[in-house]
Design a protein around this ligand. Structure first.
Ligand code: SF4
Length: 465
């Protein structure tokens, strides 16, 4: 961890306003969740978690089958499916489609996958305007910040902060009344919806047996994003697929409760392909972009692949004592908190941000609240072991590098080389029968030690001749 990073964490912890914002917001989410998963409200809550875990396990283990089924059902409903290896391929696809259709303005609804691949930045580099339409995401886009939390992206900002951001970025009087701030954003965004050529959404679930994209939200902006523009592109990670529509009875029951303490979110949309001939609204074209971006690497590990069960509810963040202290921006990637601590090292490699799996008290609160029962503490321990192994390997590599540097130095200093080689010849027969040097030699073919060095032989030859 760099000094600058440590300093950022110190500043977060020492900022009473920020600490209060994080504690209040996560505390509220904790309370709301506790109310709606209580035994008297939802007696089969634990059974639902077990089912959710079993469905995810089954789907992830048969991902190839369900992705193919999903693809054929999307095509059957008039949509197109695009498989992308990484963010660059997603951006290339969106850019070329926008170019072909003469599109200039894109509206977006909240999507962690597009955050993950920095889609907005990639599009803006090519003069395509992409406007976030979720209120929290819109505020962050104006402030040039990344999400602080998976579910509540602007959780760290007070209404004073938002008033300041709106005033600076929209050139208006500072407004601190939340309802009026919402109206300001709404007025700007309505116009964007009307003018947009393309709408980009994420997907909470992808239903293999119907080809439907399922979106849950509270603001209605995802509905407008996916229906007002003439092109809808849904960008989702390959792990978002679930086998059947009836599996949603399990997941929808868990997602809203775990995320915000709602029995159901305000809007749940099922989108299957473009507008049909007899429908009044909807896009003319529909594309489902399925993104890998490192997921197949995670999938290859039979134990750690359970990280892909995540439904991005954010409950583990709210309950994590580390997240609640250091906040979202001190994590290195868009995924923060316990889920970020297990996803980031797997996506980026354990060599990077080696502190991350250790940023946990292992209290187990994350695993207790995870609606899909991901064993986060167990994976953290596994990743800690992998980090330690990698460091050990690097340490060995470091020693090897040092040895070669010393060898090079000795070889360029003939006097020292001769002294050391005559000492070496005397000591070689005394090497112990076991030990690291013996093992090293045991693996390599060494010619028998000559009686004298080349220099000694040469000097003797010149003397005699
Ligand atoms: S790991 Fe579990 S608790 Fe955390 S965001 Fe994912 S589903 Fe929610």
């Amino acid at each position: 961890m760099s000094d600058a990073h440590i300093e950022n964490i110190r500043q977060t912890v020492a900022d009473p306003k920020l600490q209060l914002a994080i504690y209040t917001a996560t505390g509220r989410l904790i309370e709301h969740r506790a109310r709606v998963v209580a035994r008297d409200v939802l007696p089969d809550y634990e059974e639902l978690r077990t089912q959710a875990n079993a469905i995810k396990k089954h789907t992830i283990e048969h991902l190839d089958f369900y992705l193919e089924q999903l693809e054929s059902n999307v095509i059957a409903h008039g949509g197109k499916v695009v498989f992308c290896q990484n963010g660059e391929e997603v951006a290339d696809f969106v850019l070329s489609l926008a170019k072909e259709r003469g599109a200039r303005l894109i509206v977006k609804s909240k999507s962690m996958t597009t955050e993950e691949i920095h889609l907005n930045d990639r599009l803006e580099k090519h003069q395509l305007e992409a406007v976030e339409t979720d209120l929290g995401e819109y505020i962050l886009q104006l402030a040039h910040q990344r999400p602080y939390h998976i579910v509540a992206p602007a959780l760290h900002l007070t209404r004073e902060d938002v008033g300041e951001i709106f005033s600076q970025r929209l050139g208006i009087e500072k407004e601190v009344v939340i309802e009026k701030q919402t109206r300001i954003a709404r007025d700007v965004l309505r116009q964007k919806f009307l003018e947009a050529d393309v709408g980009i959404s994420g997907a909470n679930f992808l239903v293999a047996d119907s080809g439907a994209v399922v979106l849950v939200e509270n603001e209605g902006n995802a509905r407008l994003t996916t229906s007002a523009p003439r092109i809808h592109i849904a960008v989702a990670g390959i792990e978002k697929v679930i086998p059947r529509a009836q599996d949603l009875a399990v997941f929808l029951n868990l997602l809203g409760r775990s995320a915000t303490g709602q029995l159901l979110t305000v809007y749940t949309s099922f989108l299957s392909g473009p507008r049909r001939a007899n429908e009044v609204d909807g896009p003319d074209e529909f594309y489902l972009v399925l993104v890998d971006n490192g997921r197949s690497v995670v999938l290859a590990d039979p134990e750690k692949r359970q990280s892909l069960y995540c439904i991005r509810c954010g409950a583990c963040l709210n309950h994590c004592p580390v997240y609640r202290k250091i906040g979202g921006h001190n994590y290195p990637w868009v995924y923060s908190g316990p889920i970020g601590a297990i996803l980031t090292p797997q996506f980026h490699g354990v060599h990077q941000d080696t502190w991350l799996p250790f940023a946990s008290s292992l209290c187990g609160a994350c695993a207790e609240v995870c609606p899909v029962k991901i064993e986060i503490p167990r994976l953290l321990l596994k990743l800690r072991a992998e980090v330690a192994e990698a460091k050990q390997r690097e340490g060995a590599g470091g020693l090897e590098r040092l040895a070669f540097r010393m060898f090079a130095w000795v070889m360029t200093h003939p006097g020292i080389f001769q002294t050391l080689s005559s000492i070496g010849r005397k000591l070689a027969p005394m090497l112990p029968p076991a030990g690291p040097l013996r093992s090293w030699i045991a693996e390599r073919d060494l010619p028998p030690m000559p009686a004298q060095s080349f220099h000694q032989w040469w000097a003797a030859r010149r003397k005699s001749g």
